[in-house]
Ligand binder design. Structure first.
Ligand SMILES: *[C@@H]1O[C@H](CO)[C@@H](O)[C@H](O)[C@H]1NC(C)=O
Ligand SMILES: *[C@@H]1O[C@H](CO)[C@@H](O)[C@H](O)[C@H]1NC(C)=O
Ligand SMILES: *[C@@H]1O[C@H](CO)[C@@H](O)[C@H](O)[C@H]1NC(C)=O
Ligand SMILES: [Zn+2]
Length: 337
Protein backbone atom coordinates (compact mmCIF):
# COMPACT_ATOMS: atom_id res chain seq x y z
CA UNK A 1 0.00 0.00 0.00
CA UNK A 2 2.85 2.31 0.92
CA UNK A 3 4.26 1.70 -2.56
CA UNK A 4 1.08 2.67 -4.28
CA UNK A 5 0.49 5.76 -2.19
CA UNK A 6 3.96 7.17 -2.64
CA UNK A 7 4.23 6.87 -6.39
CA UNK A 8 0.69 8.10 -6.59
CA UNK A 9 1.56 11.42 -5.12
CA UNK A 10 4.98 12.09 -6.53
CA UNK A 11 3.90 11.59 -10.06
CA UNK A 12 0.73 13.54 -9.68
CA UNK A 13 -1.71 10.78 -8.90
CA UNK A 14 -0.86 8.83 -11.98
CA UNK A 15 -1.63 5.37 -10.72
CA UNK A 16 -4.67 3.38 -11.59
CA UNK A 17 -7.40 4.37 -9.14
CA UNK A 18 -7.63 8.07 -10.08
CA UNK A 19 -6.64 8.33 -13.69
CA UNK A 20 -8.47 11.57 -14.24
CA UNK A 21 -5.81 13.80 -12.70
CA UNK A 22 -2.84 11.88 -14.05
CA UNK A 23 -4.09 11.77 -17.60
CA UNK A 24 -4.44 15.51 -17.94
CA UNK A 25 -0.80 16.21 -18.57
CA UNK A 26 1.58 15.08 -21.25
CA UNK A 27 4.56 16.36 -23.17
CA UNK A 28 2.96 17.65 -26.37
CA UNK A 29 0.20 19.97 -27.55
CA UNK A 30 -2.53 21.30 -25.29
CA UNK A 31 -1.54 19.07 -22.38
CA UNK A 32 2.19 19.78 -22.87
CA UNK A 33 4.54 21.49 -20.39
CA UNK A 34 3.74 25.05 -21.49
CA UNK A 35 0.12 24.46 -20.39
CA UNK A 36 0.76 22.74 -17.05
CA UNK A 37 0.60 26.06 -15.18
CA UNK A 38 -3.01 26.59 -16.23
CA UNK A 39 -4.22 23.66 -14.21
CA UNK A 40 -1.42 23.38 -11.67
CA UNK A 41 -0.54 26.80 -10.29
CA UNK A 42 2.82 25.72 -8.89
CA UNK A 43 4.09 24.74 -12.34
CA UNK A 44 4.34 28.47 -13.04
CA UNK A 45 6.42 29.05 -9.88
CA UNK A 46 9.83 30.71 -9.63
CA UNK A 47 11.82 27.75 -8.31
CA UNK A 48 10.96 25.10 -10.84
CA UNK A 49 12.92 22.15 -12.18
CA UNK A 50 14.63 21.16 -14.37
CA UNK A 51 17.29 23.81 -14.92
CA UNK A 52 20.44 24.27 -16.91
CA UNK A 53 23.49 24.11 -14.65
CA UNK A 54 26.14 26.55 -15.78
CA UNK A 55 29.33 25.10 -14.37
CA UNK A 56 31.00 28.51 -14.36
CA UNK A 57 28.33 29.85 -12.00
CA UNK A 58 28.23 27.11 -9.39
CA UNK A 59 29.42 27.65 -5.84
CA UNK A 60 31.99 25.06 -4.87
CA UNK A 61 31.43 23.43 -1.48
CA UNK A 62 32.67 20.45 0.47
CA UNK A 63 29.63 18.98 2.17
CA UNK A 64 29.62 16.09 4.65
CA UNK A 65 29.68 12.63 3.05
CA UNK A 66 26.36 11.19 1.99
CA UNK A 67 25.41 7.87 3.58
CA UNK A 68 23.74 5.59 1.04
CA UNK A 69 22.05 3.15 3.40
CA UNK A 70 20.87 -0.15 1.94
CA UNK A 71 22.11 0.70 -1.54
CA UNK A 72 24.13 -2.49 -1.75
CA UNK A 73 21.34 -4.69 -0.38
CA UNK A 74 20.08 -7.34 -2.72
CA UNK A 75 16.38 -6.54 -2.96
CA UNK A 76 13.76 -9.13 -3.93
CA UNK A 77 10.30 -8.51 -5.29
CA UNK A 78 11.10 -5.27 -7.09
CA UNK A 79 8.15 -3.91 -9.06
CA UNK A 80 8.60 -2.35 -12.48
CA UNK A 81 5.55 -0.49 -13.85
CA UNK A 82 4.52 1.63 -16.76
CA UNK A 83 2.31 4.38 -15.31
CA UNK A 84 1.55 5.91 -18.70
CA UNK A 85 4.24 8.59 -18.30
CA UNK A 86 7.39 6.71 -17.32
CA UNK A 87 8.86 3.51 -15.90
CA UNK A 88 8.53 3.30 -12.13
CA UNK A 89 10.67 1.02 -9.99
CA UNK A 90 9.41 0.38 -6.48
CA UNK A 91 10.51 -1.89 -3.67
CA UNK A 92 8.52 -3.74 -1.02
CA UNK A 93 11.25 -4.74 1.38
CA UNK A 94 11.49 -3.02 4.74
CA UNK A 95 13.36 -1.04 5.74
CA UNK A 96 13.64 0.83 2.44
CA UNK A 97 17.00 2.16 1.36
CA UNK A 98 17.65 5.70 2.61
CA UNK A 99 20.09 8.60 2.35
CA UNK A 100 21.39 11.17 4.80
CA UNK A 101 24.25 13.67 4.85
CA UNK A 102 25.44 15.96 2.09
CA UNK A 103 23.07 18.95 1.99
CA UNK A 104 20.32 16.97 3.75
CA UNK A 105 19.15 17.43 7.31
CA UNK A 106 17.77 14.19 8.64
CA UNK A 107 17.04 10.92 6.91
CA UNK A 108 15.26 10.54 3.58
CA UNK A 109 13.52 7.26 2.79
CA UNK A 110 13.29 5.75 -0.69
CA UNK A 111 9.92 6.02 -2.39
CA UNK A 112 10.44 5.18 -6.07
CA UNK A 113 12.72 5.69 -9.03
CA UNK A 114 11.82 6.53 -12.61
CA UNK A 115 13.32 7.68 -15.88
CA UNK A 116 13.11 10.52 -18.41
CA UNK A 117 14.19 10.07 -22.01
CA UNK A 118 14.01 11.58 -25.50
CA UNK A 119 13.13 10.57 -29.06
CA UNK A 120 16.77 9.90 -29.88
CA UNK A 121 20.10 9.87 -28.12
CA UNK A 122 20.78 13.58 -28.61
CA UNK A 123 18.44 14.68 -25.79
CA UNK A 124 16.13 13.34 -23.09
CA UNK A 125 17.60 14.41 -19.76
CA UNK A 126 15.72 17.05 -17.78
CA UNK A 127 18.52 19.01 -16.15
CA UNK A 128 21.33 20.04 -18.49
CA UNK A 129 24.96 20.73 -17.74
CA UNK A 130 26.32 23.72 -19.68
CA UNK A 131 23.35 23.25 -22.01
CA UNK A 132 24.39 19.69 -22.74
CA UNK A 133 21.53 17.18 -22.79
CA UNK A 134 21.98 13.49 -22.06
CA UNK A 135 19.88 10.74 -23.67
CA UNK A 136 18.24 9.70 -20.41
CA UNK A 137 18.07 10.57 -16.72
CA UNK A 138 17.30 8.53 -13.62
CA UNK A 139 15.43 10.06 -10.67
CA UNK A 140 15.53 8.32 -7.30
CA UNK A 141 12.89 9.93 -5.10
CA UNK A 142 13.15 9.98 -1.28
CA UNK A 143 10.84 11.59 1.29
CA UNK A 144 11.98 13.05 4.58
CA UNK A 145 11.45 10.45 7.27
CA UNK A 146 9.88 12.83 9.77
CA UNK A 147 7.01 13.47 7.35
CA UNK A 148 6.27 9.70 7.18
CA UNK A 149 5.18 9.51 3.54
CA UNK A 150 5.35 11.35 0.24
CA UNK A 151 1.85 12.74 0.52
CA UNK A 152 2.73 14.58 3.71
CA UNK A 153 6.29 15.41 2.57
CA UNK A 154 5.15 17.39 -0.47
CA UNK A 155 3.56 19.89 1.93
CA UNK A 156 7.04 20.92 3.22
CA UNK A 157 9.82 22.80 1.41
CA UNK A 158 12.41 20.17 2.43
CA UNK A 159 10.01 17.26 1.96
CA UNK A 160 11.76 15.36 -0.84
CA UNK A 161 15.19 14.77 -2.21
CA UNK A 162 15.78 13.42 -5.70
CA UNK A 163 19.08 11.83 -6.65
CA UNK A 164 19.46 12.45 -10.38
CA UNK A 165 21.83 10.53 -12.63
CA UNK A 166 22.57 11.16 -16.28
CA UNK A 167 23.10 8.45 -18.89
CA UNK A 168 25.60 8.53 -21.66
CA UNK A 169 26.21 6.15 -24.54
CA UNK A 170 28.62 3.27 -24.36
CA UNK A 171 29.47 0.65 -26.94
CA UNK A 172 28.96 -2.04 -24.32
CA UNK A 173 25.78 -3.21 -22.63
CA UNK A 174 25.56 -2.40 -18.94
CA UNK A 175 24.82 -5.86 -17.47
CA UNK A 176 22.98 -4.54 -14.39
CA UNK A 177 20.39 -2.98 -16.72
CA UNK A 178 19.47 -6.24 -18.46
CA UNK A 179 16.97 -7.16 -15.75
CA UNK A 180 15.31 -3.76 -16.09
CA UNK A 181 15.12 -3.86 -19.88
CA UNK A 182 13.76 -7.41 -19.88
CA UNK A 183 11.07 -6.35 -17.42
CA UNK A 184 10.26 -3.38 -19.66
CA UNK A 185 9.37 -5.70 -22.51
CA UNK A 186 6.48 -6.92 -20.36
CA UNK A 187 5.12 -3.49 -19.44
CA UNK A 188 4.92 -1.75 -22.79
CA UNK A 189 1.18 -1.20 -22.20
CA UNK A 190 0.20 1.65 -19.83
CA UNK A 191 -0.75 0.74 -16.26
CA UNK A 192 0.97 -2.64 -16.25
CA UNK A 193 3.42 -4.01 -13.69
CA UNK A 194 5.84 -6.93 -13.43
CA UNK A 195 8.00 -8.21 -10.63
CA UNK A 196 11.67 -8.43 -11.57
CA UNK A 197 13.10 -11.89 -12.04
CA UNK A 198 16.28 -11.34 -10.06
CA UNK A 199 17.21 -9.46 -6.93
CA UNK A 200 18.14 -5.88 -7.54
CA UNK A 201 20.76 -3.65 -5.93
CA UNK A 202 20.71 0.14 -6.19
CA UNK A 203 24.47 0.43 -6.24
CA UNK A 204 24.78 -1.80 -9.31
CA UNK A 205 22.89 0.60 -11.52
CA UNK A 206 24.69 3.76 -10.35
CA UNK A 207 27.98 5.34 -11.43
CA UNK A 208 31.17 4.87 -9.39
CA UNK A 209 31.68 8.41 -8.25
CA UNK A 210 28.94 9.37 -5.82
CA UNK A 211 30.94 12.21 -4.32
CA UNK A 212 30.77 14.86 -6.98
CA UNK A 213 27.34 16.33 -7.45
CA UNK A 214 25.48 19.57 -8.01
CA UNK A 215 22.74 20.46 -5.57
CA UNK A 216 19.98 23.06 -5.67
CA UNK A 217 16.40 23.65 -4.51
CA UNK A 218 13.70 22.99 -7.05
CA UNK A 219 10.46 21.20 -7.80
CA UNK A 220 8.88 18.04 -9.06
CA UNK A 221 9.27 18.05 -12.86
CA UNK A 222 5.72 16.78 -13.38
CA UNK A 223 2.44 18.33 -12.19
CA UNK A 224 1.75 19.44 -9.52
CA UNK A 225 5.36 20.76 -9.75
CA UNK A 226 5.57 21.23 -5.97
CA UNK A 227 8.65 23.25 -4.93
CA UNK A 228 9.72 20.79 -2.28
CA UNK A 229 12.75 19.02 -3.78
CA UNK A 230 16.41 19.14 -2.77
CA UNK A 231 18.04 18.07 -6.02
CA UNK A 232 21.33 16.22 -6.18
CA UNK A 233 22.61 15.83 -9.72
CA UNK A 234 25.57 13.49 -9.84
CA UNK A 235 28.29 14.50 -12.23
CA UNK A 236 29.51 11.13 -13.46
CA UNK A 237 27.05 9.67 -15.97
CA UNK A 238 25.96 6.04 -16.11
CA UNK A 239 27.03 4.40 -19.36
CA UNK A 240 24.38 2.44 -21.28
CA UNK A 241 24.29 0.95 -24.76
CA UNK A 242 22.02 2.55 -27.35
CA UNK A 243 19.94 -0.67 -27.53
CA UNK A 244 19.27 -0.55 -23.80
CA UNK A 245 17.97 3.02 -23.99
CA UNK A 246 15.93 2.14 -27.06
CA UNK A 247 13.84 -0.32 -25.00
CA UNK A 248 12.47 2.57 -22.91
CA UNK A 249 11.16 4.22 -26.07
CA UNK A 250 8.94 1.18 -26.70
CA UNK A 251 6.74 1.98 -23.72
CA UNK A 252 3.26 3.23 -24.52
CA UNK A 253 0.91 5.74 -22.95
CA UNK A 254 -2.80 5.99 -23.72
CA UNK A 255 -1.78 8.07 -26.77
CA UNK A 256 0.90 5.84 -28.29
CA UNK A 257 4.59 5.37 -27.70
CA UNK A 258 6.22 7.48 -25.00
CA UNK A 259 8.93 8.82 -27.27
CA UNK A 260 9.88 11.63 -24.88
CA UNK A 261 8.95 12.54 -21.32
CA UNK A 262 11.27 15.31 -20.23
CA UNK A 263 10.20 18.79 -19.19
CA UNK A 264 12.12 21.70 -20.79
CA UNK A 265 14.46 23.71 -18.56
CA UNK A 266 12.98 26.40 -16.34
CA UNK A 267 14.45 29.78 -15.29
CA UNK A 268 16.96 29.46 -12.47
CA UNK A 269 15.89 32.83 -11.01
CA UNK A 270 17.65 33.78 -7.80
CA UNK A 271 18.83 30.27 -7.00
CA UNK A 272 22.40 29.18 -6.43
CA UNK A 273 23.66 25.77 -7.54
CA UNK A 274 26.29 24.25 -5.26
CA UNK A 275 28.93 21.89 -6.55
CA UNK A 276 30.20 19.39 -4.03
CA UNK A 277 33.74 18.23 -4.42
CA UNK A 278 35.27 15.97 -1.84
CA UNK A 279 38.46 17.52 -0.61
CA UNK A 280 39.82 14.13 0.54
CA UNK A 281 39.35 12.52 -2.80
CA UNK A 282 42.24 12.09 -5.16
CA UNK A 283 40.45 13.44 -8.17
CA UNK A 284 40.86 13.75 -11.84
CA UNK A 285 38.51 14.32 -14.68
CA UNK A 286 35.86 11.60 -14.60
CA UNK A 287 34.38 12.37 -17.97
CA UNK A 288 35.60 9.76 -20.38
CA UNK A 289 36.08 10.20 -24.07
CA UNK A 290 32.79 9.14 -25.68
CA UNK A 291 34.70 7.62 -28.58
CA UNK A 292 36.72 5.54 -26.22
CA UNK A 293 37.15 2.08 -27.70
CA UNK A 294 38.73 0.39 -24.73
CA UNK A 295 37.42 -3.15 -24.37
CA UNK A 296 35.23 -3.83 -21.36
CA UNK A 297 37.86 -5.71 -19.40
CA UNK A 298 40.49 -2.99 -19.42
CA UNK A 299 37.78 -0.51 -18.75
CA UNK A 300 36.67 -2.28 -15.62
CA UNK A 301 40.23 -2.56 -14.34
CA UNK A 302 40.60 1.12 -14.99
CA UNK A 303 37.48 1.70 -13.00
CA UNK A 304 38.79 -0.30 -10.08
CA UNK A 305 41.93 1.67 -10.25
CA UNK A 306 39.93 4.84 -10.25
CA UNK A 307 37.94 3.74 -7.30
CA UNK A 308 41.11 2.79 -5.57
CA UNK A 309 42.68 6.10 -5.94
CA UNK A 310 42.14 5.93 -2.19
CA UNK A 311 45.56 4.26 -2.45
CA UNK A 312 46.78 7.53 -1.02
CA UNK A 313 44.97 6.59 2.18
CA UNK A 314 46.77 3.26 2.56
CA UNK A 315 50.04 3.01 4.57
CA UNK A 316 52.08 2.69 1.35
CA UNK A 317 50.24 5.67 -0.07
CA UNK A 318 50.89 7.75 3.03
CA UNK A 319 54.60 6.98 2.88
CA UNK A 320 54.65 8.02 -0.76
CA UNK A 321 52.86 11.26 0.05
CA UNK A 322 55.24 11.91 2.93
CA UNK A 323 58.29 11.30 0.72
CA UNK A 324 56.94 13.60 -1.98
CA UNK A 325 56.21 16.29 0.58
CA UNK A 326 59.74 16.12 2.03
CA UNK A 327 61.25 16.10 -1.43
CA UNK A 328 59.10 19.06 -2.44
CA UNK A 329 60.11 21.01 0.68
CA UNK A 330 63.81 20.37 0.01
CA UNK A 331 63.47 21.49 -3.58
CA UNK A 332 61.66 24.66 -2.61
CA UNK A 333 64.32 25.43 0.02
CA UNK A 334 67.06 24.96 -2.55
CA UNK A 335 65.36 27.27 -4.93
CA UNK A 336 64.65 30.05 -2.45
CA UNK A 337 67.72 29.93 -0.21
C1 LIG B 1 16.79 13.73 -32.94
O1 LIG B 1 15.47 14.23 -32.91
C2 LIG B 1 15.36 15.60 -33.25
C3 LIG B 1 13.91 16.02 -33.05
O2 LIG B 1 13.02 15.09 -33.54
C4 LIG B 1 15.81 15.82 -34.67
O3 LIG B 1 15.74 17.18 -35.01
C5 LIG B 1 17.25 15.33 -34.81
O4 LIG B 1 17.66 15.43 -36.15
C6 LIG B 1 17.37 13.90 -34.34
N1 LIG B 1 18.78 13.53 -34.33
C7 LIG B 1 19.21 12.37 -34.78
C8 LIG B 1 20.68 12.13 -34.69
O5 LIG B 1 18.45 11.52 -35.20
C1 LIG C 1 8.86 -11.06 -19.52
O1 LIG C 1 8.16 -11.99 -20.28
C2 LIG C 1 8.94 -13.04 -20.80
C3 LIG C 1 8.06 -13.93 -21.65
O2 LIG C 1 7.27 -13.15 -22.48
C4 LIG C 1 9.56 -13.84 -19.67
O3 LIG C 1 10.41 -14.82 -20.21
C5 LIG C 1 10.35 -12.90 -18.80
O4 LIG C 1 10.84 -13.61 -17.69
C6 LIG C 1 9.51 -11.77 -18.33
N1 LIG C 1 10.34 -10.84 -17.57
C7 LIG C 1 9.98 -10.38 -16.40
C8 LIG C 1 10.93 -9.48 -15.70
O5 LIG C 1 8.93 -10.65 -15.92
C1 LIG D 1 40.24 0.16 -2.57
O1 LIG D 1 41.18 0.16 -1.51
C2 LIG D 1 40.61 0.19 -0.24
C3 LIG D 1 41.74 0.21 0.80
O2 LIG D 1 42.56 1.29 0.54
C4 LIG D 1 39.73 -1.06 -0.05
O3 LIG D 1 39.10 -1.00 1.21
C5 LIG D 1 38.68 -1.11 -1.13
O4 LIG D 1 37.93 -2.29 -1.02
C6 LIG D 1 39.32 -1.04 -2.49
N1 LIG D 1 38.28 -0.92 -3.50
C7 LIG D 1 38.32 -1.61 -4.64
C8 LIG D 1 37.22 -1.37 -5.58
O5 LIG D 1 39.20 -2.40 -4.91
ZN1 LIG E 1 11.55 12.64 -12.68
Amino acid sequence: MQIIISSFCVLALLQAPKLTRGEDFGYDGVIGPTHWGERYRECAGKHQSPININVLRVKQVSLPDIAFVGFDDSIDGVHVSNNGHTVLIEVENEPHPRVRGGPLEGDYVFSQMHFHWGDNDTFGSEDKINHRSFPMELHMVFFKEEYNNVKEAVLHPDGLTVLAFFYELDRHQHPAYDDITSALLNVTEPHTTVVMNNPFSFLNILPYDLRRYFTYRGSLTTPPCSEVVIWLDFEQPIRLAHDQIEVFRELKSAHGKITHNFRPIQPIGDRVVFYNIDSNYFSYNEIEDPDDQTPATTKSSRRNHRRNSSFLNTPQGSILVLMLTVLGTLLIKNIYL
